[in-house]
Structures are given as structure tokens and as C-alpha cells.
Design a binder for this molecule. Structure first.
Ligand code: GAP
Length: 492
């Protein structure tokens, strides 16, 4: 990470705390590693990202419905899904610092360093060797690469490494009040399984016809060994997942469809498409026959925000086997087409985006420190250039002064606008200072009530990005703001 990017990232993190977006969990007790709380503005921004995803998936697709399944699930679910046996990370310990690392991440950091130093050949070579070792689940080969490339522990600086071992990432807890009668269950490491086990419930009760999708947003838990980069890798996080059930043989077509559709969802927010790239998986998860990541150019390099996986019929077949219940679809249309089968286990294309990563991406993308200095005076502002649909607060309403009936008039406007939009009212400090505060939290519009407002029912509306101000009728505010913050801008 160059110093500049490093600084930007640090500034975003401290900005997120200063303005009430993200706090460390249990901060007064010195925090809990890789667990974070969303503050008053963070909760709003997160809700808006969720709304954008839910609307674009569920509301905009007649053949996708949304559910909300429980975090606790029958322990057999995770046996069937392969998570008990296969949800592992390759870990290595440094014997001097006693710190534990993910072996593949140590290697990835080295690859990034080679790339930064212009050693592209070395980077490519190491990437290929690492991919091969991961694919073969060859822990000795991974360790050999760490030794060969002289990777040292960032804490102790030594290369005194243990062997590489597999480490399961699921959290477990006791279910049931009595220790004796209790059973060990897991906190779900992905929301997807809640969708798979409800496949028939939803299909039958919703009379869904293939192809159709089931979406859900919810918490997931992973005992990540290395928690890094703020809310990028957390132990408790949120996912927005959609499983799209298709006919066997049509999986490739739908995989390609969802790749494009999901990238469009990201770029509709106005982000340059150069900030995104696909990264096709070499080492496929145990359930997939194709997988790609949508990666974003974070200050610490291109990293995964979303995964699109072609999961075949793996999950439903496994649940059939472990539960003894049939999870098949009767495709009457297929029979009409004279094709050989009517009952089958559908194939699945999954889109899975981390809400917290999307939140971080949104903050980083929007964060801007602008120099507004002129020959006469030095000036600057910190701006969150959030898409108006995502902005936590849409309108700030300011009386120019605290007297002459201006606060009353401003309150009147606030009371009317707050029915449709999230608004704040502020009368403290000079107007310039109030503008800056709203710029810093991404509020797209500031409305100022002045003496003229009392005479002709007009106000000034100030636009966040251009800082331009215009005089408008109070009666027009609702429509004007409504147009700019309408979901139509993103979904149409
Ligand atoms: N159901 C498939 C699945 O869970 P994944 O690639 O392991 O696939 C999907 O996770 C997304 O969840 C990732 O692209 C990432 O955005 C997010 N994610 C995964 N682990 C995370 C963590 N520890 N902290 C924050 N987000 C995480």
C-alpha cells in the first residue's frame, strides 16, 4: 500500500468514527477484535444499501422472492453443506511472535509487494504456484513457498514458522438450557443454507416456476484468524445472498447473466467501471463448477466484494441425502417440450455480496478531501460524495438565524419534508460551518430559511457536490428533492 493510499484509508476509518458511521464493538472495554458496531449514520447508510439490493433483486424481478431465515440451524445442515469437514483456512504460526496467519494471505501480500515493485514475473510465478498448492490442498507446498520467498512475520520479523495446518472457521455454541441435554450447534457461516433448506417451502407456497430466485439479507459468522482492514474481514458480518434455481444444463447461461447483472448493480451507483474487475477462481469451492469474484480497487488493492458461484445441484442433493426428504422440482414445461425428465434437482447460481464490504467500498469511494483555497484565503472541506439514494440524511434544514421567526418557519418545512425524507434540523453555528458538517456526512441538500422566506415562501437550496445554491419555492421542495433521491434513478 503506498503511503498516500494508506493515509486515505486511515482518514476514512477515523472519519467513520468521528461522524457516527462505525465504532469498534465494546470500545470502552478496549474493543473486540474484528467486530464492529454501526452508529447512527452508519445504520442509515447500511439500511439504504440493503434497500438498494433488496429492491433491485426482489422488487425488480417477478421471479425472485425474499426470505428471512434463522441464524441457528439444525447441526446436520453444516454436515450436509460440507462446512464441518471442508470450511477451513490454511494457517501458519510464527514461533517467536506466537501470531497466527493465513498462509495464502501471507503469500498474497508478497504477490502484491512484487507487483508494486514491478517484479511482475515473480508475482505471476508465485500466484500460479500458490493456486496449484491451494487446489491440491498441499499444505507442505504452501509452507515451502513461504520459506522460499523469504516471508517474515510482520510482528517478530523472523522466519521461524510452524507447519501449515487447516483450521475450521465456524463458531459453535450449546443449544438447549441444560448442559447435559444440549447439543453443539453452529452460528451460520453463510446465509445461503437457510435458502436451500427452504427451497421446497418457498417453491410450493409461492408457486414459483423455474428459473426463480430466493434472496435474503442476514448475519453470518466466521472465526477469521486474521482480522484485517477494518470492516473488510470481520468475525460477525452481514451477507446479501440470492440463490437462483435453474434447469440442469442452463447453469452456464445464468452464471454469465448474473455476472453482468451484478456488475451493473455496482456501476449504476456512478462508480467508474475501471474500479471493478472480475477475478475468476482457480481453486473452486467444494460446491462450485464455476466462480468469479467482483473485485473493487480498495486503497489496499483489488479485493473481493461479491462472489458469483455456480453451485451445481450440490447443496440440494446433499440436503436430500442427509434429511431423507426429496428436494426436487417437477418441471411440467419440460415435459411439454418433450424433454426426458420432469422431476429434477435444480442447479443453482448464487450471488453473494458482503454488506459490510459494500459499506466500506461506498465510504471509500465517496470520501474526498477538497482544497477550496483561493488567493485570498485557505479553505478545504471533507466531502462524502454518496449517491443521493444512499445518503443517510437527504435534507438538512437551517434557519439563517435563531430569531425573527426563522426557526419556526424552518421547523414547519422540516415537519412537512420529514414524512418523505430523512431530515435534520440545525440552527447552531454559522451557515458555512453547518454546510461543512453536512458535506462530511454526505447530505445532498441543505435548505436555508432566511428573512425573504417569511415574505415570499422561498428558500435557498444548496447542492452538496457543486456547492451551488438556488432560490426555490418551498412548495416545490418535495418534488425537487424527491426526484433526486428517488430509487428510480438506480433501478430504472
Ligand atoms: N454463500 C457463499 C459465500 O458465503 P463467500 O465468498 O465466502 O461466499 C461472500 O462470501 C461474500 O461475503 C464475500 O464476497 C464478502 O463480501 C463477504 N464476506 C465473506 N467473509 C467475510 C468476512 N469475514 N467479513 C466481511 N465480509 C465477508
Amino acid at each position: 500500500m503506498s503511503k498516500n493510499n494508506d493515509e486515505i484509508f486511515k482518514n476514512v476509518i477515523s472519519h467513520a468514527k468521528e461522524y457516527g458511521f462505525v465504532f469498534q464493538s465494546s470500545e470502552i472495554y478496549d474493543g473486540l477484535s474484528a467486530v464492529y458496531d454501526y452508529g447512527q449514520l452508519g445504520a442509515e447508510l447500511k439500511n439504504n444499501i440493503k434497500a438498494y439490493w433488496w429492491k433491485s433483486m426482489v422488487q425488480m424481478h417477478e421471479n425472485i422472492v425474499g426470505i428471512d431465515s434463522a441464524i441457528f440451524m439444525h447441526p446436520k445442515v453444516w454436515k450436509a453443506s460440507g462446512h464441518v469437514d471442508g470450511f477451513n483456512d490454511p494457517m501458519i504460526d510464527n514461533k517467536d511472535s506466537k501470531k497466527r496467519y493465513r498462509a495464502d494471505q501471507l503469500l498474497e501480500d508478497k504477490i502484491t509487494r512484487y507487483e508494486k515493485d514491478g517484479k511482475t514475473d515473480k508475482a505471476n510465478q508465485l500466484q500460479e504456484a500458490m493456486d496449484n498448492a491451494l487446489k491440491a490442498e498441499d499444505m507442505t507446498a504452501l509452507r515451502d513457498l513461504i520459506v522460499e520467498h523469504e516471508i517474515a512475520c510482520p510482528v517478530s520479523g523472523t522466519r521461524n514458522w510452524t507447519d501449515v495446518r487447516q483450521f475450521n472457521l465456524m463458531f459453535s455454541t450449546q443449544f438447549g438450557a441444560m448442559a447435559e441435554g444440549s447439543e453443539e450447534i453452529y452460528l451460520r457461516p453463510e446465509t445461503a443454507q437457510g435458502i436451500f433448506v427452504n427451497f421446497l417451502n418457498v417453491q410450493k407456497s409461492g408457486r414459483m416456476k423455474i428459473p426463480f430466485g430466493i434472496a435474503q439479507i442476514g448475519k453470518a459468522f466466521r472465526n477469521e484468524v486474521i482480522a484485517r482492514q477494518f470492516i473488510m474481514r470481520m468475525r460477525e458480518f452481514e451477507q446479501m445472498e440470492m440463490q437462483f434455481f435453474v434447469r440442469p444444463g442452463e447453469d452456464k447461461k445464468w452464471f454469465d447473466y448474473w455476472k453482468i447483472a451484478r456488475l451493473k448493480w455496482h456501476t449504476a451507483l456512478g462508480t467508474s467501471s475501471e474500479k471493478y474487475r472480475f477475478h475468476d477462481h482457480v481453486k473452486l469451492a467444494h460446491y462450485a463448477n464455476a466462480a468469479t469474484d467482483i473485485e473493487f480497487d480498495f486503497p489496499f488493492g483489488f479485493k473481493e466484494v461479491e462472489g458469483i458461484h455456480s453451485r451445481t445441484d450440490f447443496d440440494l442433493t446433499q440436503h436430500q441425502e442427509f434429511s431423507g426428504k426429496k428436494l426436487q422440482y417437477f418441471d411440467s414445461e419440460l415435459n411439454e417440450e418433450g424433454k426426458p425428465y420432469g422431476n429434477y434437482v435444480p442447479y443453482v447460481i448464487e450471488t453473494s455480496i458482503g454488506l459490510d464490504r459494500m459499506f466500506l467500498l461506498t465510504m471509500i469511494n465517496a470520501f474526498e478531501e477538497q482544497d477550496l483555497s483561493t488567493a485570498e484565503k485557505k479553505d478545504s472541506r471533507t466531502l462524502l460524495r454518496l449517491h443521493p439514494c444512499l445518503a443517510p440524511i437527504k435534507v438538512a434544514i437551517f434557519p439563517l438565524t435563531k430569531k425573527d421567526g426563522l426557526p419556526e418557519k424552518a421547523r414547519e418545512i422540516m415537519n412537512s419534508l420529514k414524512i418523505d425524507f430523512n431530515c435534520v434540523y440545525e440552527e447552531k453555528d454559522a451557515i458555512g460551518k453547518r454546510y461543512r458538517r453536512q458535506d462530511a456526512i454526505g447530505t445532498p441538500f441543505c435548505v436555508t430559511v432566511d428573512h425573504q422566506s417569511l415574505e415570499d415562501d422561498t428558500v435557498t437550496i444548496r447542492h452538496r457536490d457543486s456547492m451551488e445554491q438556488e432560490r426555490v419555492a418551498i412548495a416545490d421542495l418535495e418534488q425537487m428533492i424527491g426526484k433526486r433521491v428517488s430509487w428510480r434513478n438506480l433501478l430504472a
